[in-house]
Design a protein around this ligand. Structure first.
Ligand SMILES: [Fe+2]
Length: 179
């Protein structure tokens, strides 16, 4: 289950219905999947080769295809990062810049954990701490970034409406507060 941390107040929301209500209020799509279909040998694996990524997509394909049909995604892939990822600190510095996209940004956390930092409707930022099974979509044009937790490992499925149009536009925001 996702946990919300509100940056300006330090408030934390962890009750499931309150998390869902908060995210809905901010127009952030949220769902939680069971991941029983992922083969056991891939569940604790965070350095994945292409064949392993394919097996994860295959295992989750009924759920992925249902979500794609419901929300218009045409393409999906898997990203995996861990402490073994080369140049990890540099990559994270690049990640942690507020930006927007012209389409929504979808992640299915297939393993490990991650955080979306999102600009709320009230102008302040909140963190959505995601764990395995969490599915989130940040709406188009909403300032945000994705980063790792201290666990420093995740596997995520990304889904795209138009992969060629998926570009990060930097968003300078004096309202952004670093954690
Ligand atoms: Fe993004």
């Amino acid at each position: 289950m996702a946990i919300i941390q509100i940056r300006n107040t330090g408030e934390q929301i962890s009750d499931e219905s309150a998390v869902r209500e908060f995210l809905t209020g901010n127009e952030v799509y949220y769902d939680h999947w069971t991941l029983d279909a992922i083969p056991a040998d891939l569940r604790e694996e965070f350095s994945l080769d292409d064949a392993q990524k394919e097996r994860i997509l295959e295992a989750l394909s009924p759920q992925i295809e249902a979500l794609a049909a419901e929300r218009g995604y045409v393409k999906w892939d898997v990203v995996a990062m861990s402490e073994k990822t080369p140049n990890l600190e540099e990559i994270l510095k690049k990640f942690e810049q507020v930006h927007t996209h012209t389409e929504d940004e979808v992640r299915v956390m297939a393993g490990g954990s991650g955080v979306f930092v999102i600009k709320g409707k009230d102008g302040g930022y909140f963190d959505v701490v995601l764990s395995a099974g969490d599915v989130i979509s940040v709406p188009e044009k909403t300032p945000h970034f994705f980063t790792m937790t201290d666990e420093r490992r995740f596997v995520a499925v990304r889904l795209f409406i138009d992969p060629s149009g998926w570009v990060a536009h930097p968003f300078e925001d004096p309202a952004f507060t670093k954690a």
